[in-house]
Design a protein around this ligand. Structure first.
Ligand code: URA
Length: 231
């Protein structure tokens, strides 16, 4: 693949812009300037720098972020800043989408990709990918509430019954809830349905992937591929 095409595919702008970055000496590979936009390179495994910033080539992007509070999972947020503003420009240019959404006040593991088929695969209800939530409740969690969450509850305005795949009480006001679906405000609505109220919500796992402990709120990193989430 031509070097200019590689940059173009990774979100570094229009073809002319990519050629400009290359001919003006802003692109390095292995510490050496590569200033020929038409140089042929094998993209897989390629690591290059643009203006000193390191970029690994990814045919399709898959990113994990520790979503902070107070950001909306929308390209056009209404009340807060967009979670997309936490991603660098080349990733935004690649038209990354979040895989599902978290509420503005929910923190934790959020995935992004530019692979439409992967979004479909990871959000399809039949795939049954576990999503683990650390929930802080307003009222003490009772054994009856846990039993009902596991047995299945009816949400207001939704005829279907939803149940937790697992529910572990972790403190007087806290529990770890595992869901396989991703309905709108599902955790909050499930806790409301059993007579409690969510005061804090954090997603700690999605499929096989646990939120990396060293990923601070607002930070993101590349994942090696979909098998990191669903082997
Ligand atoms: N359930 C909710 O209620 N909110 C989230 O952000 C995620 C799951």
């Amino acid at each position: 693949m031509k070097l200019s095409q590689i940059l173009f595919s990774q979100g570094f702008g229009a073809r002319r812009e990519c050629e400009g970055l290359i001919v003006s000496g802003h692109v390095k590979i292995g510490g050496q300037v590569h200033d020929d936009p038409f140089e042929e390179l094998a993209p897989e495994g390629l690591v290059f720098t643009v203006r000193g910033e390191t970029w690994p080539y990814h045919a399709k992007a898959l990113i994990v972020m520790n979503k902070p509070q107070g950001v909306e999972c929308s390209q056009k947020p209404k009340h807060h800043m967009s979670v997309y503003s936490l991603l660098p420009v080349p990733l935004r240019r690649r038209d990354l989408q979040s895989i599902g959404r978290l509420d503005e006040d929910t923190t934790g593991l959020l995935l992004f990709t530019d692979d439409g088929a992967l979004i479909h695969r990871f959000t399809h209800p039949k795939k049954h990918l576990n999503k683990v939530y650390d929930v802080t409740c307003k009222h003490p969690v009772t054994p009856d509430q846990v039993e009902r969450l596991l047995a299945g509850v009816k949400l207001i305005d939704d005829p279907a019954t939803v149940q937790a795949a697992a529910c572990e009480v972790t403190g007087e006001l806290t529990l770890k809830l595992t869901l396989t679906e991703g309905k709108y405000h599902q955790v909050k609505r499930m806790l409301a349905a059993v007579g409690n109220r969510v005061e804090g919500l954090h997603r700690s796992a999605f499929g096989a992937l646990t939120l990396p402990a060293d990923l601070a709120p607002g930070q993101w990193r590349w994942l090696s591929g979909p098998e990191a989430v669903s082997p």
